[in-house]
Design a protein around this ligand. Structure first.
Ligand code: ATP
Ligand code: MG
Length: 395
């Protein structure tokens, strides 16, 4: 039996030019994401994208699973393809929908005939297919208002038969909102922030600050594993690892302890902005949430933002930890995040960090450092790798 996938766009409010660039970006993303699973043809008409396998080797199960995580899709379904012949349709429908209908109690059939040369009209098709399904699955009842399964039969270039639609990943196609630099730690929040912003159409470029030997290769591996999970939604992510040891040691040596964290975070912002310019990113993304830790109080966030030359997106800002964890479980990053490897933020943590830092005091506290030279050296030492849902890909 021939089978295809039908995809419905999301964000129906989009109009005009936005709509067509949204659709072409979505088509491109779907094509790229299902490419590893074989040869498929994609067609787009009337806000429905049809994915047709071109040969026996194309893996439709794998493609459908991948499509469930592509942003910009509100719903999708699989459909059997039949000749435009009512006997064929009546033969295929019970066979194709068997698993779904055996589980269901109620159903209805909706027919749509866009090819008016087909000899039966929509109510007639619905009645015939409905009758056939009742005969094949005697436990079923018809419920036109709220059926467990809505069977749709469409007569277009061919006949398409499908059961319920599945919910898509929603959001906007990755890339349609441009590109942003993700500050990724090994924690729970930043992978969730990544997922949320990719969902709004941002392509992600990763930056991670590592302070060997205080941080270990295993904590870098943890970041790779987290991004690999995020990449299941966002597609490939370039990760830039910044050597941060020198800066952290100098802060410890030369700055007042209560400002360690805030000064370190200002360095992260500066370096991330420098790299963002080089990589064509137009915003930063962090996993910060108001009041979660001392460096995330309103005043501390203000001191951090004061050195950012790009907008800082913090999608977790108003979320409780519990809400963040719910998303991290859904995207399967939670179990990786809770592995106990140190992050550069946990190295040199002050005993009594300032929770209400004043910008002028912070600026004064970091005056002893040659900020520009330190940032430049860190940027010069950056190493990059590509991460996909399969793991690390070599440059
Ligand atoms: P997370 O769970 O994301 O680690 P957190 O609550 O532990 O968040 P912090 O460690 O203070 O918070 O970090 C706040 C944000 O700063 C992180 O969400 C992340 O965006 C960024 N960040 C922290 N450490 C690093 C790092 N080593 N490299 C890159 N970004 C980092
Ligand atoms: Mg952290």
């Amino acid at each position: 039996m021939k089978e295809i996938i039908l995809i419905k766009d999301g964000e129906l409010a989009l109009k005009g030019l936005n709509r067509s660039s949204f659709e072409s970006m979505l088509m491109k993303n779907i094509k790229r994401r299902i490419h590893p699973f074989g040869a498929f043809q994609l067609k787009n008409s009337q806000s429905t994208i049809t994915v047709t396998p071109l040969d026996e080797n194309a893996d439709l199960d794998a493609a459908a699973d991948e499509i469930s995580r592509v942003f910009g899709i509100s719903a999708y379904s699989r459909a059997a393809v039949s000749e435009k012949d009512i006997d064929k349709i009546l033969e295929i429908a019970p066979e194709y929908l068997k698993d779904q209908l055996e589980e269901a109690k109620t159903f209805k059939v909706e027919a749509k005939r866009s090819d008016k040369s087909f000899p039966y009209n929509s109510p007639e098709i619905s009645a015939m297919v409905g009758g056939k399904l009742l005969e094949s699955f005697p436990h079923l009842k018809v419920d036109v208002k709220n059926p467990d399964i809505k069977v749709t039969v469409e007569i277009r270039d061919q006949a398409y038969i499908r059961g319920n639609q599945l919910k898509g990943a929603g959001g906007m196609p990755v890339g349609s909102s441009g590109r942003a630099m993700l500050l990724i730690s090994g924690g729970i929040d930043s992978p969730v922030a990544a997922y949320m912003m990719a969902k709004r159409g941002l392509e992600l470029v990763g930056i991670h600050f590592a302070s060997p030997p205080y941080t270990s290769p295993r904590s870098e591996q943890k970041v790779h594993d987290l991004l690999s999970k995020v990449a299941r939604y966002s597609g490939r992510i370039w990760l830039h690892t910044v050597p941060f040891t020198e800066i952290q040691e100098l802060i410890r040596e030369k700055c007042p302890e209560e400002y360690f964290t805030i000064i370190m975070r200002r360095f992260m912002m500066r370096i991330a902005c420098m790299l963002a310019e080089k990589t064509d990113c137009h915003a930063l993304i962090t996993g910060e949430s108001v009041a979660q830790v001392a460096s995330q109080t309103t005043l501390a966030l203000g001191c951090t933002d004061a050195v950012a030359t790009q907008p800082v997106f913090r999608p977790c800002i108003g979320m409780d930890k519990e809400e963040i964890i719910t998303i991290s479980r859904k995207i399967e990053t939670f179990d990786i995040s809770i592995q106990p490897f140190e992050d550069c933020c946990t190295v040199f943590t002050p005993k009594h960090p300032k929770t209400r830092p004043q910008l002028k005091d912070v600026e004064e506290a970091e005056k002893t450092l040659d900020i520009e030279a330190l940032c430049q050296r860190a940027v010069d030492g950056i190493q990059r790798i590509a991460i996909t849902s399969d793991g690390v890909q070599n440059d």
